[in-house]
Design a protein around this ligand. Sequence first.
Ligand SMILES: *C1O[C@H](CO)[C@@H](O)[C@H](O)[C@H]1NC(C)=O
Ligand SMILES: *[C@@H]1O[C@H](CO)[C@@H](O)[C@H](O)[C@H]1NC(C)=O
Ligand SMILES: *[C@@H]1O[C@H](CO)[C@@H](O)[C@H](O)[C@H]1NC(C)=O
Ligand SMILES: *[C@@H]1O[C@H](CO)[C@@H](O)[C@H](O)[C@H]1NC(C)=O
Ligand SMILES: *[C@@H]1O[C@H](CO)[C@@H](O)[C@H](O)[C@H]1NC(C)=O
Length: 404
Amino acid sequence: MEIKLFFSAVLLVFLPFLAYHAQAVTVFDISKYGAKPGGEDISPVLAKVWKEACEATNASKVLIPKGTWYLSQIRLVGPNKAPLELEVQGTVEANPDYTKLPQKDGQWITINYLDGFTISGGGVFDGKGEQAWKANDCHKNPNCPKLPINLSLNFIKNAIIKDVTTKDSKNFHCNCISSQNVTFQRFTISAPGESINTDGIHIARVSNVKVLDSNIGTGDDCISIGDETTDLHIENVKCGPGHGISVGSMGKNPAEKDVTGITVKKCTFTGTSNGVRVKTWPSAPATLKISNLHFEDLTMNNVSYPVVIDQQYCPWNLCTKDKPSLIQISGLTVKNVRGTANTKEALLFSCSSSKPCQNVQISDIDLKYVNSIPANFTTVCENVKPTVSGKQNPPICPPPVQAS
Ligand SMILES: *C1O[C@H](CO)[C@@H](O)[C@H](O)[C@H]1NC(C)=O
Ligand SMILES: *[C@@H]1O[C@H](CO)[C@@H](O)[C@H](O)[C@H]1NC(C)=O
Ligand SMILES: *[C@@H]1O[C@H](CO)[C@@H](O)[C@H](O)[C@H]1NC(C)=O
Ligand SMILES: *[C@@H]1O[C@H](CO)[C@@H](O)[C@H](O)[C@H]1NC(C)=O
Ligand SMILES: *[C@@H]1O[C@H](CO)[C@@H](O)[C@H](O)[C@H]1NC(C)=O
């Protein structure tokens, strides 16, 4: 009886181990299913093997081997029945002419409704964006042509995106929307600084997302964070060129939901216009709360504005500033920020007059002006009373200078 029990226990402990080893990963190598490198569109073959891989009841892998592959456009949609990996060893190229996408209002590569998904392989998604940037004036023209996103991940759970590069996307390089438990690791994004509106990763309506050990250089925000984001952890990311890591812009849509739990840690910003930034529009209807933001151990190399809370965000005069933002920011810690800045107002805390920032703690700020320290290197503080400790270079929220 006792011995039987013992053996059952042993079996229980080892069963998962045996099952793991019995399951071979089925590999769908697109080159073995008729895809050819060079100019021929791989999307029909990729769509076909993707369907099979999703149906597989054992773990499977879709492999895009070494070589240069042309992909017109694709939607890789689940559900998947077992863990599924997309291994990209080669370079996958888009058509340089974005008007040639078969689905005009679609993205280049859309990946939806997967649970237990991995992208890996060390390969490159090359969005061939150069022509499209010239057409892009969306930052100032509401009727601008809508450009495709490079890699659009939506409704993804328990996923890892690692060791891939996206290059010269026509618009946002990558978005990750309505997803849970997604880790981006060693994810490289590159586009020239002059490319317009090519946010590196746009993240919104997600929980438990991590961006780790990644290198992001682009023409807009390295990472932009939209509403309904909870528990986002960004660590060891190098950002530049670009506009930094931004929460928002927020406020224009009354349905926007709260953002909470954003950590940006051990990141380096080089030659960017901002480091970390929160931006909300004035005279805008949304009343969401933005809370628990932790910006710590950040290195700035010649950054214009290393830390920015801008509740009067109004670029290109696209708004009026007569009414304050209705968005409450609270629970902000800014800790151990060092390096160099190239504007005199290196730190900007411009909170809303209707919802002053609450529970703000600032410690160990050690920034130098990139050339020499001008007498008025300072912090702008509006509607905020932070708790300050440690180093204060520049002075944090100094009292206004008395007119003599
Ligand atoms: C490429 O960028 C555009 C930007 O609009 C985005 O909408 C689209 O989802 C992206 N495609 C992929 C595959 O990310
Ligand atoms: C799928 O896994 C089962 C065990 O779970 C195994 O018996 C079977 O051979 C596997 N099939 C393939 C195609 O690998
Ligand atoms: C998150 O996803 C990873 C990768 O699929 C998985 O190993 C891990 O168990 C998931 N975590 C949770 C809390 O579900
Ligand atoms: C700092 O950046 C500015 C542009 O933002 C540039 O003009 C300047 O040369 C840079 N200085 C150094 C020392 O890199
Ligand atoms: C800071 O000092 C410079 C001269 O060094 C001056 O041109 C500038 O107007 C000053 N800025 C402010 C905000 O006082």
